[in-house]
Ligand binder design. Structure first.
Ligand code: ATP
Length: 316
Protein backbone atom coordinates (compact mmCIF):
# COMPACT_ATOMS: atom_id res chain seq x y z
CA UNK A 1 0.00 0.00 0.00
CA UNK A 2 1.28 3.43 -0.89
CA UNK A 3 1.95 5.52 2.23
CA UNK A 4 1.34 8.73 0.31
CA UNK A 5 -1.01 8.98 -2.61
CA UNK A 6 -1.41 12.31 -4.35
CA UNK A 7 -3.93 12.68 -7.16
CA UNK A 8 -4.28 15.69 -9.43
CA UNK A 9 -3.39 18.08 -6.63
CA UNK A 10 -3.96 21.74 -7.48
CA UNK A 11 -3.32 24.98 -5.63
CA UNK A 12 -4.17 28.48 -6.77
CA UNK A 13 -2.97 31.61 -5.04
CA UNK A 14 -5.55 34.06 -6.37
CA UNK A 15 -5.37 33.66 -10.12
CA UNK A 16 -1.86 32.15 -9.98
CA UNK A 17 -1.78 28.39 -10.49
CA UNK A 18 1.08 27.23 -8.26
CA UNK A 19 0.19 23.53 -8.61
CA UNK A 20 -1.43 22.51 -11.86
CA UNK A 21 -2.50 18.93 -11.07
CA UNK A 22 0.30 16.76 -9.71
CA UNK A 23 0.00 13.03 -8.99
CA UNK A 24 2.47 10.66 -7.35
CA UNK A 25 2.74 7.91 -4.76
CA UNK A 26 5.39 7.07 -2.17
CA UNK A 27 5.75 3.64 -0.54
CA UNK A 28 6.97 2.63 2.89
CA UNK A 29 10.76 2.30 2.95
CA UNK A 30 11.15 4.79 0.12
CA UNK A 31 13.23 7.96 0.24
CA UNK A 32 11.79 10.22 -2.41
CA UNK A 33 13.74 13.24 -3.60
CA UNK A 34 11.47 16.18 -4.38
CA UNK A 35 13.23 18.61 -6.68
CA UNK A 36 12.42 21.71 -8.61
CA UNK A 37 13.72 25.20 -9.27
CA UNK A 38 12.70 28.12 -7.02
CA UNK A 39 8.97 28.66 -7.22
CA UNK A 40 8.23 25.22 -8.73
CA UNK A 41 5.67 24.34 -6.06
CA UNK A 42 7.64 22.09 -3.70
CA UNK A 43 6.87 23.90 -0.45
CA UNK A 44 3.25 24.32 -1.50
CA UNK A 45 2.98 20.54 -1.97
CA UNK A 46 4.62 19.84 1.40
CA UNK A 47 2.41 22.36 3.17
CA UNK A 48 -0.68 20.68 1.72
CA UNK A 49 0.51 17.21 2.74
CA UNK A 50 1.26 18.42 6.27
CA UNK A 51 -2.08 20.20 6.66
CA UNK A 52 -0.78 23.79 6.71
CA UNK A 53 -2.56 24.65 3.46
CA UNK A 54 -5.73 23.41 1.83
CA UNK A 55 -5.55 22.35 -1.82
CA UNK A 56 -7.72 24.05 -4.46
CA UNK A 57 -8.41 20.68 -6.05
CA UNK A 58 -7.42 17.04 -6.24
CA UNK A 59 -6.72 14.89 -3.20
CA UNK A 60 -4.01 13.41 -1.05
CA UNK A 61 -4.21 10.31 1.11
CA UNK A 62 -1.60 9.68 3.81
CA UNK A 63 -1.43 6.15 5.26
CA UNK A 64 -5.02 5.62 4.20
CA UNK A 65 -6.30 8.92 5.65
CA UNK A 66 -7.60 11.70 3.43
CA UNK A 67 -5.71 14.87 4.42
CA UNK A 68 -8.88 16.96 4.49
CA UNK A 69 -11.22 14.47 6.14
CA UNK A 70 -8.78 13.27 8.79
CA UNK A 71 -6.16 15.96 9.20
CA UNK A 72 -5.54 15.25 12.91
CA UNK A 73 -4.57 11.64 12.22
CA UNK A 74 -2.45 12.70 9.24
CA UNK A 75 -0.51 15.16 11.40
CA UNK A 76 0.06 12.45 14.00
CA UNK A 77 1.66 10.24 11.36
CA UNK A 78 3.86 12.95 9.89
CA UNK A 79 7.08 14.58 11.00
CA UNK A 80 7.95 17.80 9.19
CA UNK A 81 11.11 19.84 9.02
CA UNK A 82 9.96 23.04 7.30
CA UNK A 83 12.24 25.35 5.35
CA UNK A 84 12.30 27.71 8.36
CA UNK A 85 11.69 25.87 11.62
CA UNK A 86 9.86 28.05 14.14
CA UNK A 87 12.04 27.66 17.23
CA UNK A 88 11.38 29.28 20.60
CA UNK A 89 14.53 31.25 21.32
CA UNK A 90 14.17 31.39 25.11
CA UNK A 91 13.71 27.65 25.58
CA UNK A 92 16.56 25.18 25.98
CA UNK A 93 16.89 22.41 23.38
CA UNK A 94 15.44 19.91 25.81
CA UNK A 95 12.70 22.33 26.91
CA UNK A 96 11.73 22.97 23.29
CA UNK A 97 11.56 19.25 22.48
CA UNK A 98 9.48 18.70 25.63
CA UNK A 99 7.14 21.47 24.46
CA UNK A 100 6.87 19.89 20.97
CA UNK A 101 6.19 16.50 22.55
CA UNK A 102 3.38 17.92 24.72
CA UNK A 103 1.82 19.47 21.61
CA UNK A 104 1.86 15.97 20.21
CA UNK A 105 0.22 14.69 23.41
CA UNK A 106 3.30 12.81 24.54
CA UNK A 107 4.16 12.68 28.26
CA UNK A 108 5.90 10.80 31.06
CA UNK A 109 8.65 8.31 30.39
CA UNK A 110 7.78 7.92 26.70
CA UNK A 111 8.41 11.63 26.17
CA UNK A 112 11.65 11.59 28.19
CA UNK A 113 12.87 8.48 26.36
CA UNK A 114 12.09 9.94 22.95
CA UNK A 115 13.75 13.27 23.81
CA UNK A 116 16.88 11.38 24.83
CA UNK A 117 16.73 9.28 21.65
CA UNK A 118 16.38 12.19 19.21
CA UNK A 119 19.05 14.21 21.02
CA UNK A 120 21.34 11.22 20.53
CA UNK A 121 20.37 10.73 16.87
CA UNK A 122 21.03 14.37 16.00
CA UNK A 123 24.15 14.67 18.18
CA UNK A 124 22.68 17.44 20.28
CA UNK A 125 23.88 16.00 23.61
CA UNK A 126 26.40 18.75 24.47
CA UNK A 127 23.79 21.43 23.71
CA UNK A 128 20.74 19.87 25.31
CA UNK A 129 20.58 22.49 28.08
CA UNK A 130 21.67 25.45 25.94
CA UNK A 131 19.11 28.12 25.09
CA UNK A 132 18.07 27.99 21.44
CA UNK A 133 18.99 31.66 20.97
CA UNK A 134 22.63 30.79 21.67
CA UNK A 135 22.84 28.04 19.02
CA UNK A 136 24.60 28.24 15.66
CA UNK A 137 22.65 27.70 12.43
CA UNK A 138 23.77 24.07 12.15
CA UNK A 139 22.64 23.24 15.69
CA UNK A 140 19.30 24.95 15.11
CA UNK A 141 18.83 22.82 12.01
CA UNK A 142 19.52 19.73 14.10
CA UNK A 143 16.89 20.82 16.64
CA UNK A 144 14.45 21.07 13.72
CA UNK A 145 15.31 17.54 12.62
CA UNK A 146 15.01 16.27 16.20
CA UNK A 147 11.47 17.68 16.57
CA UNK A 148 10.47 16.09 13.23
CA UNK A 149 11.53 12.64 14.50
CA UNK A 150 10.32 13.02 18.10
CA UNK A 151 6.99 11.19 17.86
CA UNK A 152 8.38 8.35 15.69
CA UNK A 153 6.34 9.36 12.69
CA UNK A 154 5.68 6.90 9.85
CA UNK A 155 6.34 9.62 7.30
CA UNK A 156 9.03 12.25 7.48
CA UNK A 157 9.13 15.30 5.24
CA UNK A 158 12.40 17.19 5.28
CA UNK A 159 12.78 20.53 3.49
CA UNK A 160 16.49 21.26 2.87
CA UNK A 161 17.68 19.35 5.97
CA UNK A 162 21.40 19.94 5.45
CA UNK A 163 21.29 23.70 4.85
CA UNK A 164 23.68 25.43 7.25
CA UNK A 165 25.46 22.26 8.34
CA UNK A 166 29.21 21.81 8.05
CA UNK A 167 30.48 18.97 5.80
CA UNK A 168 30.83 16.48 8.68
CA UNK A 169 27.32 17.18 9.90
CA UNK A 170 26.02 16.90 6.32
CA UNK A 171 27.40 13.36 6.13
CA UNK A 172 25.88 12.51 9.52
CA UNK A 173 22.45 13.84 8.57
CA UNK A 174 22.51 11.98 5.23
CA UNK A 175 23.31 8.77 7.08
CA UNK A 176 20.50 9.53 9.54
CA UNK A 177 18.07 9.98 6.64
CA UNK A 178 19.17 6.66 5.13
CA UNK A 179 18.70 4.92 8.49
CA UNK A 180 15.30 6.47 9.11
CA UNK A 181 14.24 5.74 5.52
CA UNK A 182 14.83 2.02 5.85
CA UNK A 183 11.47 1.30 7.48
CA UNK A 184 9.66 4.61 7.09
CA UNK A 185 8.70 6.91 4.27
CA UNK A 186 10.81 9.99 3.66
CA UNK A 187 10.33 12.91 1.30
CA UNK A 188 13.49 14.96 0.94
CA UNK A 189 13.28 18.40 -0.68
CA UNK A 190 16.70 19.62 -1.63
CA UNK A 191 18.53 21.76 -4.12
CA UNK A 192 21.71 19.78 -3.55
CA UNK A 193 21.42 17.31 -6.38
CA UNK A 194 24.43 15.25 -5.39
CA UNK A 195 22.74 14.77 -2.00
CA UNK A 196 19.54 13.59 -3.63
CA UNK A 197 21.49 11.25 -5.90
CA UNK A 198 23.34 9.84 -2.86
CA UNK A 199 20.31 9.35 -0.62
CA UNK A 200 17.13 8.94 -2.68
CA UNK A 201 15.93 5.83 -4.45
CA UNK A 202 13.53 7.84 -6.57
CA UNK A 203 13.29 11.44 -7.66
CA UNK A 204 10.40 13.68 -8.68
CA UNK A 205 11.18 16.88 -10.53
CA UNK A 206 8.52 19.58 -10.40
CA UNK A 207 8.57 22.54 -12.74
CA UNK A 208 6.01 25.32 -12.96
CA UNK A 209 3.51 23.37 -10.87
CA UNK A 210 3.74 20.13 -12.87
CA UNK A 211 5.75 16.92 -12.53
CA UNK A 212 8.29 16.72 -15.35
CA UNK A 213 10.21 13.61 -14.22
CA UNK A 214 9.61 10.66 -11.91
CA UNK A 215 12.12 7.82 -11.61
CA UNK A 216 15.30 6.44 -10.09
CA UNK A 217 18.27 8.80 -10.54
CA UNK A 218 20.04 6.22 -12.73
CA UNK A 219 16.95 5.82 -14.95
CA UNK A 220 16.62 9.57 -15.41
CA UNK A 221 20.29 10.01 -16.29
CA UNK A 222 20.35 6.98 -18.61
CA UNK A 223 18.12 8.84 -21.06
CA UNK A 224 20.75 11.56 -21.39
CA UNK A 225 23.58 9.03 -21.38
CA UNK A 226 22.38 7.43 -24.58
CA UNK A 227 25.13 8.09 -27.09
CA UNK A 228 28.39 9.56 -25.87
CA UNK A 229 29.72 12.86 -24.56
CA UNK A 230 33.35 13.93 -24.36
CA UNK A 231 35.08 17.02 -23.12
CA UNK A 232 37.90 18.03 -25.47
CA UNK A 233 40.57 20.64 -24.73
CA UNK A 234 43.07 21.50 -27.46
CA UNK A 235 45.61 24.22 -28.21
CA UNK A 236 43.91 25.99 -31.11
CA UNK A 237 41.20 28.52 -31.91
CA UNK A 238 37.72 27.43 -30.76
CA UNK A 239 36.23 27.84 -34.26
CA UNK A 240 38.86 25.56 -35.75
CA UNK A 241 38.36 22.94 -33.02
CA UNK A 242 34.62 23.06 -33.50
CA UNK A 243 35.01 22.70 -37.28
CA UNK A 244 37.35 19.69 -37.10
CA UNK A 245 35.34 17.84 -34.46
CA UNK A 246 31.96 18.49 -36.11
CA UNK A 247 33.24 16.63 -39.17
CA UNK A 248 33.88 13.40 -37.19
CA UNK A 249 31.35 10.68 -37.98
CA UNK A 250 28.42 10.43 -35.57
CA UNK A 251 29.05 13.80 -33.88
CA UNK A 252 25.74 15.56 -33.30
CA UNK A 253 26.90 18.73 -31.53
CA UNK A 254 30.03 20.58 -30.44
CA UNK A 255 29.32 23.11 -27.70
CA UNK A 256 31.99 25.69 -26.88
CA UNK A 257 32.85 25.84 -23.17
CA UNK A 258 35.80 28.15 -22.72
CA UNK A 259 38.81 29.70 -24.43
CA UNK A 260 41.71 30.72 -22.24
CA UNK A 261 45.42 31.17 -22.91
CA UNK A 262 45.19 29.60 -26.36
CA UNK A 263 43.28 26.53 -25.07
CA UNK A 264 39.81 25.88 -26.39
CA UNK A 265 37.46 23.59 -24.47
CA UNK A 266 34.34 22.07 -26.06
CA UNK A 267 31.77 19.42 -25.23
CA UNK A 268 31.15 16.93 -28.02
CA UNK A 269 28.00 14.82 -28.22
CA UNK A 270 27.63 11.90 -30.58
CA UNK A 271 25.23 9.07 -31.28
CA UNK A 272 27.88 6.37 -31.13
CA UNK A 273 29.83 4.30 -28.61
CA UNK A 274 31.89 6.34 -26.12
CA UNK A 275 35.31 4.64 -26.43
CA UNK A 276 35.13 4.71 -30.24
CA UNK A 277 34.22 8.37 -30.16
CA UNK A 278 37.25 9.30 -28.03
CA UNK A 279 39.60 7.46 -30.42
CA UNK A 280 38.03 9.11 -33.49
CA UNK A 281 38.26 12.59 -31.97
CA UNK A 282 41.93 12.07 -31.05
CA UNK A 283 42.69 10.80 -34.58
CA UNK A 284 40.95 13.77 -36.22
CA UNK A 285 42.99 16.27 -34.19
CA UNK A 286 46.30 14.47 -34.69
CA UNK A 287 45.73 14.40 -38.49
CA UNK A 288 45.47 18.18 -38.36
CA UNK A 289 48.47 18.44 -35.98
CA UNK A 290 46.29 20.13 -33.36
CA UNK A 291 47.80 19.51 -29.89
CA UNK A 292 45.24 17.63 -27.79
CA UNK A 293 45.48 18.61 -24.11
CA UNK A 294 42.56 16.72 -22.61
CA UNK A 295 39.99 14.17 -23.76
CA UNK A 296 37.54 13.06 -21.11
CA UNK A 297 34.36 11.04 -21.60
CA UNK A 298 31.48 12.49 -19.52
CA UNK A 299 28.41 10.89 -17.96
CA UNK A 300 25.22 12.85 -17.45
CA UNK A 301 24.39 13.59 -13.81
CA UNK A 302 21.11 14.35 -12.11
CA UNK A 303 22.11 17.99 -12.44
CA UNK A 304 22.12 17.65 -16.25
CA UNK A 305 18.66 16.05 -16.12
CA UNK A 306 17.40 18.81 -13.85
CA UNK A 307 18.82 21.54 -16.07
CA UNK A 308 17.49 20.04 -19.27
CA UNK A 309 13.96 19.72 -17.82
CA UNK A 310 13.70 23.00 -15.93
CA UNK A 311 15.66 25.47 -18.00
CA UNK A 312 12.56 27.48 -18.91
CA UNK A 313 12.14 29.82 -15.94
CA UNK A 314 9.81 32.24 -17.67
CA UNK A 315 7.00 31.84 -15.11
CA UNK A 316 7.41 33.23 -11.61
P1 ATP B 1 11.67 27.41 -3.41
O1 ATP B 1 12.65 26.41 -3.95
O2 ATP B 1 12.03 28.80 -3.81
O3 ATP B 1 11.37 27.26 -1.96
P2 ATP B 1 9.12 26.12 -4.10
O4 ATP B 1 9.21 25.11 -5.18
O5 ATP B 1 9.05 25.62 -2.71
O6 ATP B 1 10.29 27.17 -4.25
P3 ATP B 1 6.57 27.36 -3.56
O7 ATP B 1 6.99 28.07 -2.31
O8 ATP B 1 5.72 26.16 -3.43
O9 ATP B 1 7.86 27.02 -4.45
O10 ATP B 1 5.86 28.44 -4.50
C1 ATP B 1 5.27 28.10 -5.75
C2 ATP B 1 4.78 29.37 -6.41
O11 ATP B 1 3.67 29.89 -5.68
C3 ATP B 1 5.82 30.49 -6.46
O12 ATP B 1 5.69 31.14 -7.70
C4 ATP B 1 5.43 31.40 -5.31
O13 ATP B 1 5.77 32.73 -5.59
C5 ATP B 1 3.91 31.23 -5.27
N1 ATP B 1 3.40 31.38 -3.89
C6 ATP B 1 3.76 30.65 -2.81
N2 ATP B 1 3.07 31.06 -1.72
C7 ATP B 1 2.26 32.05 -2.11
C8 ATP B 1 1.28 32.88 -1.46
N3 ATP B 1 1.01 32.72 -0.18
N4 ATP B 1 0.65 33.79 -2.22
C9 ATP B 1 0.90 33.96 -3.52
N5 ATP B 1 1.81 33.21 -4.21
C10 ATP B 1 2.48 32.26 -3.52
Amino acid sequence: MAMIQVEELRKNYGSFRALQGISFTVDRGEILGFLGPNGAGKTTTMKILTGFLNPSGGRAVVAGHDILENSVEVRRLLGYLPEHTPLYEDLSVEGYLRYCGRLRRMSGSRLSDRIRAVIGLTDLGPKSRALIKTLSKGYRQRVGIAQALLHEPEIIILDEPTVGLDPNQVMDVRQLIRDVGRDRTVILCSHILSEVEAVCGRVLIVHQGRIVANGAPATLTSELNRGATCEVVAACAPERLQGELSAVGGVTSVEPRSFEEGRAAVRVRADRDGSELAAELARALSQQSIPLLRLAPERATLEDVFRSLTRDTGRK
